[in-house]
Design a protein around this ligand. Structure first.
Ligand code: FUB
Length: 311
């Protein structure tokens, strides 16, 4: 479903990518961007969606946007909602996508219940990781499994990485924010084997939102450390052991960040979200929206620190 074609005016010459996405000509509060370039050469962005003035991350659906020039974006609308799921009615958090077997897969966290911060024992909240399928990169996606791959009190932020040999690895963080990976079955409808707790070389801050990519034969495991500062590790295998390499984007507003990294037309791009003042919304709080910056590497493969470009 194509909801709207929008023109985003470049903000600054050095960063034509710090944009506000629109849906039906209105701003849409997007977060947790997962960027991919598929066979058709377009760049697709899979995002979660904050309700206007939302609180406590009660989120209902996932959206897709695409472009072939980083300026003109097509909004494909909500491509999956918790209303489509038999097993969850809330917490439509950070998604990722993959292409395999001629199909497109949306992997996503969702859940139900409520968290009782004062008395955690009274919490009824749980979250699981689901996988939905589509014949189109722009969805809509269908949960053909009808159940989460697994559920825990807090399974979140899944990221899929498909290696050159076609093996799909699923990374996520769990209740203790540790570092896990599991192979996906070839049909992508289940996991293959046990969860592997990865060797992080002795440096293990809490993480959210893992994102793995490969460049010049080197694997990069990137994350919002303590959910705020973008940091990374490298390894010669997609399951580690990993070596910590440090920070490449500082935190902003003491708020969470969530990112993805993709190569498009020969340039590396970092998509992430920002918390910006939205006085027009009337809720006296910052709201999230997706932004992007170019990403540069040093000759030794390390990532150059990225500055946010202000609009
Ligand atoms: O958008 C909901 C949650 O906030 C995500 O799953 C986290 O990564 C953080 O961005």
């Amino acid at each position: 479903v194509i909801a709207a074609i929008v023109i985003i005016t470049p903000a600054l010459a050095q960063n034509p990518l710090d944009f506000g996405l629109l849906l039906d000509n209105k701003p849409i509060r997007t977060a947790d961007p997962s960027a991919h370039v598929w066979q058709d050469g377009r760049l697709y962005l899979y995002t979660s969606h904050d309700e206007e003035c939302q609180a406590d991350f009660h989120m209902k659906d996932w959206h897709v946007f695409s472009t072939d020039n980083l300026t003109d974006w097509t909004a494909h609308g909500a491509v999956l909602s918790v209303d489509d799921l038999a097993w969850a009615d809330d917490y439509a958090w950070a998604p990722d996508a993959a292409y395999k077997n001629g199909k497109y897969y949306l992997v996503f966290p969702a859940g139900t219940g409520v968290k009782d911060r004062a008395n955690p024992k009274n919490s009824t909240k749980w979250m699981g990781i689901g996988v939905a399928e589509s014949d189109s990169p722009a969805g809509p996606f269908k949960d053909v499994i009808g159940a989460p791959l697994w559920r825990t009190p807090y399974a979140n932020d899944p990221a899929l990485f498909i290696d050159d040999d076609g093996t799909a690895y699923l990374y996520f963080h769990g209740i203790d924010f540790d570092y896990r990976v599991v192979k996906m079955r070839d049909d992508m409808r289940g996991i293959d084997g046990d969860f592997i707790k990865m060797d992080m070389g002795g440096y293990e801050p809490k993480m959210e939102g893992p994102w793995v990519f490969k460049r010049n034969g080197l694997y990069y495991f990137t994350m919002p450390e303590n959910n705020r500062v973008l940091t990374y590790y490298t390894a010669t295998s997609p399951v580690g052991p990993w070596t910590y390499r440090g920070e490449f984007m500082a935190q902003e507003h003491q708020s969470n960040n969530h990112h993805s990294i993709v190569q498009y037309n020969g340039q590396w791009l970092l998509f992430y979200h920002r918390w910006l003042d939205t006085p027009e919304a009337g809720c006296n709080k910052r709201q999230r929206h997706v932004a992007a910056e170019y990403l540069q590497f040093n000759a030794d493969g390390t990532i150059k620190p990225v500055q946010r470009t202000d609009t």
